[in-house]
Design a protein around this ligand. Structure first.
Ligand code: GAP
Length: 501
């Protein structure tokens, strides 16, 4: 079913998944706090990723790096110079946008330059998309059948569309805006003390390549994985936790030999696409999209996005980039340290090629929520149910007493909850009538509810209700953990749908 984003936002607030950050002060734009239920979902997403990427494999090591790194890391990686977005402002309502995010945005420029032969080019009109003109209109740029030499002047003539907020036609020309957050180490705030909040976790893996290789005695190919917070001073934050200023990433850098990279690239696109299916995302809501040359990040030779059909349209869920030798080469050059790998087979020192699957924990959690959301009518009554995979469900089992005034029933419930808690996040709830308790658990995606009733006192059994089918099983209390253990599968079978890239 198609669900509106507002419906998800309201469910998240109502059921304790996510709250606006600093809400009592009016909120902090594009920052969110995970509530008691949301924090469990997020943990489960992270754990499912770690299981697939580290625990279930024998060619990947995990690490955890600090958020603050030596500032030279970000000069070497190219982020200080190139991690930019094209920013435009509306002169009327002052709203800000990323030019490349404004639908149908085209901008016109008048260019004065020389051509390749040194002849004067005047009044040349050029139309561009959302990019910054000085980035594109350079020596070698082709327009009107001529190749440009030196560019003297680029005048902005106007944009094809109005402001997406107020409709006014007066938009400024795109200018570059660097997304790095800066802060200072120590008491003096000058350029020497400037450090950056990391915009990606990836660089931690590159600068530790040799540490991990040597300490774990690794041979190519092998990967280094990390889950951690990243920060970006995003211009347009939108769509709830889809794009925020701080977020968590799950990234893995796979180091391999040149010549084996195509095969590994296909492997990782397939692995990552199928991971979402394995944890229950509906096939029709998932697709792969190849990046055009003009979209590629400054380090990337090739990139496919795993995209999801969000309520606001298809959007990136995860990117799988071919980073070539870019990062290790840059770090060798800037640090002066040798990060080459000695290949015993060829007897040569080589720079490994890197394939990088990079996902967002928050964006994945949002996706699992949206995809799991269902509204249905059962016995003429509406029901909202999150059909989350049991591995991702925040609460795996809720134990509910049918009559909370009977101390013997409550005691059985408490003991059972304690047994279940030893394995999973389980909860006891007696704060409403049974119908309402079921509805609450359905809305947070709890796959199983166990109800203890008067008969339980006699037959030592309880009723297990399945969230999706609403079927009920009468199960012996002594066998309850074993019964549920078969159903709460944390590591579902792998799916190997062939990907077409
Ligand atoms: N190291 C490569 C890299 O960082 P990216 O495509 O910029 O690549 C990877 O980011 C993933 O991180 C994205 O697919 C998305 O899931 C998540 N992500 C990136 N920026 C984000 C933001 N501002 N808010 C939430 N998630 C974000």
């Amino acid at each position: 079913m198609t669900v509106k984003l507002d419906t998800i936002v309201s469910l998240c607030k109502r059921r304790g998944f996510l709250f606006q950050s600093s809400e009592i002060y009016g909120g902090m734009t594009a920052c969110y706090d995970y509530g008691p239920i949301g924090v469990e979902l997020k943990r489960n997403v992270r754990d499912a990723w770690w299981r697939a990427m580290v625990q279930e494999r024998d060619d990947i090591e995990g690490i955890e790096c600090s958020i603050l790194m030596h500032p030279e890391v970000w000069r070497a990686s190219g982020h200080v110079e190139n991690f930019t977005d094209p920013l435009i402002d509306c002169k009327s309502c002052k709203a800000r946008f990323r030019a490349d995010h404004v639908p149908n945005y085209r901008a016109n420029y008048r260019v004065t330059a020389t051509d390749e032969g040194g002849g004067k080019v005047e009044g040349l009109e050029v139309e561009l998309g959302g990019e910054v003109p000085s980035d594109r209109i350079r020596p070698g740029f082709e327009a009107d059948g001529r190749k440009l030499g030196q560019v003297e002047k680029i005048e902005f003539l106007g944009a094809s569309v109005g402001c997406p907020t107020c409709g006014n036609k007066e938009l400024t020309e795109p200018r570059l805006f660097n997304l790095l957050f800066r802060t200072h180490v120590g008491p003096i705030q000058d350029s020497a003390s400037t450090v950056f909040l990391r915009p990606e976790t990836a660089q931690g893996m590159f600068v530790n390549f040799e540490n991990v290789r040597a300490t774990m005695r690794r041979k190519l190919p092998f990967g280094i994985a990390q889950v951690g917070r990243s920060f970006r001073n995003e211009i347009t934050t939108r769509a709830f936790v889809f794009r925020t200023l701080e977020f968590e990433q799950m990234e893995m850098e796979y180091f391999c030999k040149d010549g084996t990279d195509d095969e590994w690239y296909r492997h990782w696109v397939s692995e990552r696409f199928n991971w979402y299916l394995r944890y229950g995302i509906q096939r029709e809501n998932l697709r792969l999209r190849k990046h055009g040359d003009d979209e590629l990040a400054h380090y990337s030779k090739r990139c496919y996005d795993v995209e999801y059909n969000f309520p606001m349209g298809w959007g990136e869920l995860e990117g799988i980039a071919h980073r070539g030798c870019y990062d290790l080469t840059q770090h060798m050059e800037c640090s002066g340290k040798d990060l080459k790998y000695f290949d015993q087979e060829s007897g040569e020192h080589i720079t490994p090629v890197v394939i990088e699957p990079a996902a967002g924990v928050d964006r994945a959690a949002l996706t699992f929520l949206i995809d799991a959301y269902h509204e249905e009518t059962v016995l003429d009554r509406p029901r909202v149910v999150l059909r989350l995979h049991p591995a991702l469900a925040p609460i795996k089992v809720a134990v509910l007493p049918l009559i909370k005034k009977r101390v013997e029933i409550v005691e059985i419930c408490r003991n059972l909850t304690a047994d279940l808690k030893a394995r999973w996040r389980a909860m006891y709830d007696d704060t409403a009538a049974i119908g309402k308790l079921y509805r609450r658990q359905d809305e947070i995606g709890t796959p199983f509810c166990v109800t203890v009733d008067v008969d339980s006192l006699e037959d030592h059994k309880a009723t297990v209700r399945d969230r999706d089918t609403m079927s009920q099983d009468r199960v012996e209390l002594d066998r309850m953990v074993e019964f549920l253990d078969d159903k709460v599968v944390l590591s579902p079978p792998k799916i190997e749908e062939a990907v077409d890239i």
